[in-house]
Design a binder for this molecule. Structure first.
Ligand code: SF4
Ligand code: SF4
Length: 741
C-alpha cells in the first residue's frame, strides 16, 4: 500500500532553487513552461472578493494535493487553486490504481490521502513557498502587475456530521488563521533562505470552500452544511453540482445518441437519489439569501464527475467516476438548462473536460475559475497549462479584447445584447423608483447616454471597458445629487457593478451558442477519444528505456525523476565462498547500461495512482519497475516488504540502503580508498570498485547460515544507483538533501 510522505518546506525550497539554477526547471517543469503573463493582455479576474492573475486553476484532485503539485499548477499559470478535498475520515485506504486515463478519464480517487494535520501543513507550506518565490524574485523582476495574485480555495466533503466534526472545525480554523503553523514553519526557512524567514506571510490561507457532497445527499442536508459553513465557520461557499442534475434521460441522450459513448453504463440509482433539478432551483435562492444575510458569498461549481458502472478492468470497485471530454458536453448542457431556468444564478465556476482548446469558450461563458484535471494527466502534465493561457490570449486578441470582461462581451457576438439587457434593467429600476417626473427626466437621459457610450465603445474600442465604467461612475456622482436618495442608492449599485453586470449578462447570452458548438464538436465524441496511447513491444525494466520522459512530466506529484549515468558494459565474475573467508571467482555475467538518462521513482511522493503506467509506451508501470527511492530510512522501513532504496551521504562516504524481495542490502563506497563495503543480512563483503573484485568477506554470525556464493550483480546495480542517483547533474528529491550548494 502506497503512503504519501510530505516533503518538508526547507527541502522543497532547496530543491526548487537548486534545480532552477542548475537545470532551468522547477520540480521538472522547464522554464519555457512557466507562465509569465501575456504582453498587452490582462487575464485577471476576481473571485470571492479576491484578485487572481488568471482565471485558471487545478480542480481539487491529484494536481492540488501536495506542495509540489500546487506550485507546479501555479507555475503553469494557475492562480485559483482548488485544494484537494479534505474530510473527517482522513485515514482511508484508497484502491490502487485510482486513475485510468487511457481513453476518456475514469477515477476512483477520493479525498486527501494525507491526514488532516498533514494536509493543513502542506497547504500552508505551499502558500509560504509561493511567498518566498515572490520575495526572492527567482522568476525575474519584470513580471506584470498582479502576477502573484493567487487564491487558495479549500474543498471539503462529504456530509453534515463529518463537516461539523471537531477535527474538521479545527481544520477550517487552521486554514483561516494559520499564524501558529506559519511561525512553526518559518523555522525551516534557513540557510540561503534565511532572509525570507520573517516575511509577513498571510495568516489566512483561504476564506472560501467548495463543497462536495456524497451522491444521494438530500437537499436539506446540503442546505444545513452550506448554512453551517457560511454562518458558523464564516466561509464563502461554492457548492459542486452533480451532472446527474440533468436527469438520466438527457444524460443518456447526450452520451449515447449525440456523443456515441455506447460502452459507458449509467447508474440509475445515482439519478434517483441525487439532488433533482427542481429541488436545486428551490434550494439555491435560499442559500443565496443566507450568504447575503451574513455578508458572505455563495457560488456554484459545474460539475462533479459522473458516477458510472465499472466496465473496464483497471479498478476493482463496482463504480467509477467519469470525467474528460464527454463530461465537458454533459456539464455544459447542464449549465445551459440551469441558466435558462435561473437567470439570477450565483457566480459559476467550471470543471469538466477542460483543455487548451476549449478554455476560451468556457471563459467566454463567464465561469470563474475554470479548473482542469483530466487533461493534465496526459503527456506533458502541468506544462499543458501554458497553452491554455496562450490560446485564451490568442482568442482575446482576435476579438480585440484586452481584459476578461471585454473578452466575454466580444467573443460570441452577444456584447450589444448584453449592453441592452444591462441598461434595460437599470432603466426598469429607475422607472419604478422615480417618484417624480423631474427625477425621471434626470436619470433616463443619463441611462440612455450610458447605453450609447457603451455601444460606441463596443463598436470602436479605444479606452478599456474598465476605464469607461469608471468614467460612467464619475458621471453618476453628478446625477446622484439631483435625484431622491433611495433612487440614487439603487442606481449606485448598478453603476458601480456595471462591468460585472455586463460580463454576467454576456456570459449568459453566450452560453447557448457556445454549448451548441461544443455539443456538435467532433473532438468530444467517442471516435475521437477511444484510442489508448500507443505502446511498443518492450518490457520496462530497472534500467534503460526509450527515454520518452512521459512519466516525469505526466506524474501529478513529480514522483518520477531522471538521473544520469554513462552507458557502459562490464563483464563480472561471481564468487564461490570458501570456509574461513576464502573465495574463488566463478563465471558471472555482463552488466550493461545503454542509456545516459535513467528514470527512477521517489516513493514518498508516489501514491501509485497508475497514471505513469498509462503514459509509458513500454509494457509495465514506471512507478513499480523503476528503482523506488525513499526520503528516509524510516519511510523505507515503514513500507514493510516493498522494494526500495535510500541514499545517505556522510563524511565523504555514501551509503545506499535497499530492500529487494524482502532482503536487505547496504553498500558503502569510499572512492578515495577504492573500497566498497557490501552487506546483506548474513555477511559483509569488501570489494575493490575499480576492479569489481572481491577482497574479503565474513559472516556476521558464525553460528548462522554461511553463504555459498556471492552474485555480483546486486552489488553492481547498487553501485550504479549510488554513483548516479546521488550525482549532482540532476536535482531531485532523492539527492537534494545531500547536494552541496
Ligand atoms: S509515479 Fe506514477 S503512479 Fe506514482 S504518483 Fe506519479 S504517476 Fe502516479
Ligand atoms: S519509464 Fe516509460 S514513460 Fe518513463 S521515460 Fe521510460 S519509456 Fe518513457
Amino acid at each position: 500500500m502506497s503512503e504519501l510522505v510530505p516533503i518538508p518546506l526547507d527541502l522543497q525550497l532547496r530543491r526548487a532553487y537548486l534545480e532552477y539554477e542548475r537545470e532551468d526547471k522547477i520540480f521538472d517543469l522547464p522554464r519555457r513552461a512557466i507562465f509569465r503573463g501575456l504582453p498587452g493582455l490582462d487575464l485577471s479576474v476576481r473571485t470571492n472578493g479576491h484578485a487572481a492573475f488568471t482565471p485558471l486553476g487545478p480542480a481539487a484532485g491529484p494536481h492540488s494535493q501536495l506542495l509540489q503539485n500546487i506550485v507546479l499548477s501555479w507555475l503553469g499559470g494557475s492562480r485559483i487553486i482548488e485544494l484537494k478535498t479534505v474530510q473527517v475520515l482522513d485515514a482511508l485506504s484508497i484502491p490502487r490504481p485510482c486513475i485510468d486515463s487511457e481513453t476518456v478519464t475514469y477515477n476512483v480517487e477520493w479525498s486527501q490521502e494525507l491526514s488532516l494535520q498533514q494536509s493543513l501543513r502542506e497547504y500552508v507550506s505551499a502558500m509560504m513557498f509561493l511567498e518566498v518565490l515572490k520575495a526572492s524574485s527567482l522568476l525575474g523582476e519584470d513580471l506584470p502587475r498582479g502576477f502573484y495574485d493567487t487564491v487558495f480555495d479549500m474543498s471539503a466533503g462529504y456530509n453534515l456530521e463529518g463537516i461539523q466534526s471537531a477535527p474538521m472545525r479545527a481544520w477550517f480554523a487552521g486554514m483561516m488563521d494559520a499564524s501558529t503553523l506559519v511561525d512553526e514553519l518559518r523555522l525551516l526557512i534557513a540557510g540561503r533562505f534565511a532572509a525570507y524567514r520573517d516575511l509577513p506571510f498571510p495568516s489566512r490561507v483561504s476564506d472560501t470552500v467548495t463543497l462536495s457532497t456524497f451522491h444521494g445527499c438530500p437537499p436539506e442536508e446540503i442546505e444545513r452544511i452550506v448554512t453551517f459553513l457560511l454562518t458558523e465557520v464564516g466561509l464563502n461557499v461554492c457548492v459542486k453540482m452533480n451532472p446527474t442534475l440533468l436527469g438520466q434521460q438527457q444524460v443518456a441522450h447526450l452520451l449515447y445518441d449525440v456523443l456515441g459513448y455506447r460502452e459507458i453504463e449509467l447508474v440509475p440509482d445515482a439519478f434517483e437519489n441525487d439532488l433533482r433539478f427542481d429541488a436545486a432551483l428551490d434550494l439555491i435562492p435560499r442559500l443565496q439569501s443566507v450568504a447575503l444575510s451574513c455578508g458572505r458569498r455563495f457560488s456554484l461549481k459545474f460539475s462533479n464527475t459522473l458516477v458510472v458502472r465499472n466496465h473496464r478492468n483497471v479498478f476493482s470497485d463496482e463504480r467509477m467516476y467519469l470525467s474528460g471530454p464527454p463530461l465537458h458536453v454533459l456539464t455544459l448542457n447542464l449549465v445551459r438548462a440551469f441558466r435558462e431556468r435561473m437567470p439570477a444564478a450565483p457566480p459559476l465556476s467550471f470543471s469538466a473536460g477542460m483543455t487548451a482548446n476549449n478554455v476560451a469558450s468556457v471563459v467566454a461563458m463567464d465561469f470563474v475559475p475554470v479548473t482542469t484535471c483530466s487533461d493534465l494527466l496526459r503527456p506533458g502534465g502541468y506544462s499543458r497549462l501554458h497553452r491554455y493561457l496562450d490560446n485564451l490570449g490568442a482568442a482575446m486578441r482576435e476579438c480585440h479584447a484586452a481584459t476578461i470582461p471585454e473578452f466575454v462581451l466580444r467573443h460570441a457576438g452577444k456584447g450589444r445584447d448584453a449592453i441592452h439587457a444591462v441598461t434595460a434593467a437599470m432603466l426598469a429600476d429607475a422607472t419604478q423608483l422615480s417618484g417624480s417626473s423631474s427625477a425621471r427626466e434626470t436619470v433616463i437621459p443619463f441611462i440612455t447616454d450610458v447605453e450609447a457610450q457603451l455601444l460606441r465603445w463596443f463598436e470602436s474600442p479605444g479606452k478599456s471597458l474598465r476605464s469607461l465604467c469608471r468614467e460612467i461612475a464619475d458621471e453618476f456622482t453628478h446625477v446622484a445629487g439631483r435625484i431622491p436618495h433611495e433612487l440614487a442608492s439603487h442606481l449606485q449599485v448598478h453603476v458601480s457593478g456595471l462591468e460585472d453586470a455586463l460580463t454576467v449578462s454576456a456570459g449568459s447570452l453566450n452560453t447557448p451558442i457556445l454549448v451548441d458548438l461544443a455539443t456538435g464538436d467532433p473532438r468530444y465524441r467517442w471516435e475521437s477519444n477511444r484510442t489508448a496511447p500507443k505502446t511498443i513491444a518492450a518490457e520496462l525494466s530497472l534500467f534503460d528505456c526509450i527515454n520518452c520522459d512521459k512519466c516525469v512530466a505526466g506524474c501529478p506529484n513529480d514522483a518520477m525523476f531522471v538521473y544520469s549515468g554513462e552507458p557502459f558494459e562490464v563483464d563480472y565474475s561471481n564468487y564461490e565462498l570458501l570456509p574461513g573467508g576464502g573465495f574463488r571467482a566463478i563465471p558471472g555475467g555482463t552488466f550493461r547500461i545503454t542509456r545516459a538518462r535513467q528514470f527512477a521513482n521517489f516513493a514518498d511522493a508516489c501514491n501509485d495512482c497508475g497514471n505513469c503506467g498509462v503514459l509509458c509506451p513500454e509494457h509495465g508501470e514506471p512507478n513499480l519497475r523503476k528503482p523506488r527511492f525513499f526520503g528516509s530510512l524510516e519511510s523505507l522501513a515503514a513500507r514493510g516488504t516493498v522494494d526500495g532504496f535510500h541514499i545517505v551521504a556522510e563524511a565523504g562516504q555514501k551509503t545506499i540502503h535497499c530492500l529487494i524481495a524482502g532482503h536487505r542490502y547496504r553498500l558503502t563506497v569510499d572512492p578515495a580508498a577504492d573500497r566498497a563495503r557490501f552487506e546483506n543480512e548474513t555477511a559483509e563483503y569488501v570489494l575493490q570498485p575499480g576492479r569489481n573484485a572481491l577482497i574479503a568477506w565474513h559472516v556476521f554470525d558464525a553460528s548462522g547460515t554461511v553463504p555459498a556464493r556471492l552474485d555480483l550483480l546486486p552489488y553492481l546495480q547498487l553501485k550504479f544507483l549510488l554513483d548516479n542517483v546521488s550525482d549532482s547533474r540532476h536535482v531531485h528529491y532523492a539527492n537534494v538533501a545531500g547536494l552541496e550548494e
